[in-house]
Design a protein around this ligand. Structure first.
Ligand code: CU
Length: 340
């Protein structure tokens, strides 16, 4: 099937979701001459931090338009797409490329819908290893607010204290606060030495496994912040999600830049997760990963069999134009950004 046909096919099949008007291929034919430079939150000045938080608050007050399950705002729409794609976007080859496009789509929305002029910042978690609870990211004034409290673990300060998540936990549709349960002991895998170990991996398969496997850097940000962030289905209900995943994306990007010729084409992995193998770590409450019958299975388009390839179509339910994995491998092309 041609890629245009494939996109049409997905657009028609994606349940009930309007897909954004396709942009002409000329939009992205232009050379990326001035890439956005994504920087660590720790290096932003107060004005830059405020601009980012204000733009996120704007997404939270912009009405949803895509008709996705349970959504009220643009911010919810991102969370919904993550919910809908849970078992194909995690523990699969597209884990890194999907989250790359997803974070970029969020960055685009901040800019196009909310007047943000900066780049998506990332959380340099290695600077806060073992001490997320004291991170400047959790500052109530110049950050995202602090830990949660009480039986619901609701955050009680910061700019997002009054936001009502409509989705989560998991597949549920259920109004609730943004919640957290910070656990510093679960953040040790964000350590610089762990990152260095991943950076030394020779192939995409080994790098991905180093980053996503239990006890790797991916789990540090999710489990360390906890509650909604600790839920693999509904975690983008916490705005910290985007800074955590930009940090992981940066690691992949830096790894690719060590040998771009080879690594911008290196893609492997299964394309549907084996959920039966997701056994929680000792002492961790299991999360129900079973998709309710009324939510359609996510589609896999572009791969032959259960193998992730560069032709795999990363469909976004209309958040941004669907892209193949091949189109997002090099961040200095279609996506046009780089990291400090
Ligand atoms: Cu995810």
């Amino acid at each position: 099937m041609s890629s245009a046909l494939t996109r049409l096919f997905v657009a028609l099949l994606v349940a009930g979701a309007a897909v954004a008007a396709p942009r002409s291929s000329q939009d992205f034919a232009a050379v990326c001459t001035s890439p956005r430079i994504r920087r660590a939150w720790h290096t932003l000045n107060d004005e830059e931090k405020k601009a980012y938080i204000d733009a996120e608050l704007c997404l939270m007050s912009t009405p949803a338009t895509l008709g996705l399950r349970g959504t009220r705002t643009k911010f919810d729409e991102f969370q919904s797409v993550h919910v809908l794609k849970m078992e194909i976007a995690h523990w699969t080859g597209q884990f890194l490329p999907f989250h790359r496009l997803f974070v970029w789509a969020h960055e685009e929305a901040l800019r196009n819908d909310c007047g943000f002029t900066g780049a998506q910042p990332y959380w340099a978690e290695e600077l806060d290893v073992g001490a997320f609870s004291k991170s400047i990211l959790l500052d109530p004034v110049r950050g995202f607010g602090g830990d949660g409290f009480g039986p619901d673990r609701c955050i009680r300060d910061g700019s997002f204290v009054n936001y009502t998540n409509t989705l989560g936990p998991g597949f549920e549709i259920n109004d609730h606060c943004i919640n957290r349960q910070v656990n510093d002991s679960l953040t040790m895998s964000a350590a610089a030495t762990v990152i260095e170990g991943c950076m030394n991996m020779p192939t995409f398969l080994t790098l991905w496994s180093c980053l996503e496997s239990r006890g790797g850097p991916h789990s540090a940000g999710h489990s360390g912040v906890g509650a909604q962030m600790g839920n693999p289905i509904s975690s983008p209900g916490d705005p910290l999600f985007y800074l955590h995943h930009a940090w992981l994306d940066r690691i992949w990007n830096k790894w690719q830049l060590k040998d771009p010729e080879v690594r911008n084409k290196d893609m492997e992995g299964n394309n549907r997760a084996d959920l039966s193998s997701r056994v929680p770590a000792p002492g961790v409450t299991p999360i129900n990963l079973t998709r309710p019958a009324d939510i359609p299975e996510p589609l896999i388009v572009g791969d032959p069999g259960n193998v992730t390839t560069l032709n795999h179509l990363l469909y976004t339910y209309g958040l941004v134009e669907n892209r193949t994995i091949g189109e997002v491998m090099d961040t200095s092309k279609v996506l046009c950004y780089s990291y400090d």
